[in-house]
Write a protein that binds this ligand. Structure first.
Ligand code: GAR
Length: 197
């Protein structure tokens, strides 16, 4: 049975593209939603032939307005979306959208969580001087990048690395693990349990 996926992205959309082109069956990307009318992901969606919509997120910068978050949730529920994949959505989700999709919402984060949650995880890791960086796919819960982990991939930091070269190598691994984690979830092999921390 097909699992209908919505990808939510604010930026370039390379993870969105990787999910569209990756091996995610029975998961199938049905739609791209963005909170940014200038997102590169919108152009990619047109090239890939995937339906895409900009929806107004409300007046705040890093979270949704409560009414707007309810509208996003209603839109996705009405469409029959069964799984949400956050792919560089630069906005915290805490209200009606999380309530509607708890255990059915995944996020990709460019660090080996629980290290370096939040913004510019790659820069944080680089400045800290870690020798092993990486990326994580996890379920979304009420915290910031705290949900149950599905898959991780380590990326060694090279002597020659700068923040951006490290981020570029991490991004390639994000593309690999995101579709694998989506597939595992859709096959019931990622198994969400509500962990109280
Ligand atoms: C990715 O590196 C993703 O892990 C990160 O934003 C980038 C989006 O790139 N997400 C976060 O930092 C969320 N906390 P993309 O638009 O090319 O997929």
């Amino acid at each position: 049975m097909e699992v209908k996926i919505a990808v939510l992205a604010s930026g370039a959309g390379s993870n969105f593209k990787a999910l569209v082109e990756g091996e995610t069956e029975p998961g199938v990307v049905d739609i791209l939603l963005t909170d940014n009318p200038n997102a590169g992901a919108l152009k990619l969606a047109a090239e890939l032939g995937v339906e895409a919509r900009y929806l107004y997120p409300g007046k705040y910068r890093t979270r949704f307005g409560i009414e707007e978050e309810r509208l996003w949730a209603d839109f996705l529920l009405d469409r029959g979306v069964q799984l949400i994949c956050l792919a560089g959505l630069m906005r915290i989700i805490k209200g009606p959208l999380l309530d509607a999709y708890r255990g059915r919402m995944l996020n990709i984060h460019p660090s080996l969580l629980p290290a370096f949650p939040g913004l510019d995880a790659q820069g944080q890791a680089f400045s800290y001087g870690v020798k092993i960086a990486g990326c994580t796919v996890h379920y979304v819960d009420d915290g910031t990048d705290t949900g149950q982990i599905i898959l991780q991939k380590a990326v060694p930091v090279l002597e020659s690395d700068q923040r951006d070269s490290l981020a570029a190598r991490i991004l390639l691994q994000e593309h690999e693990i995101y579709s694998k984690a989506v597939k595992a979830h859709c096959l019931g092999r990622a198994v969400y349990s509500k962990v109280i921390r």
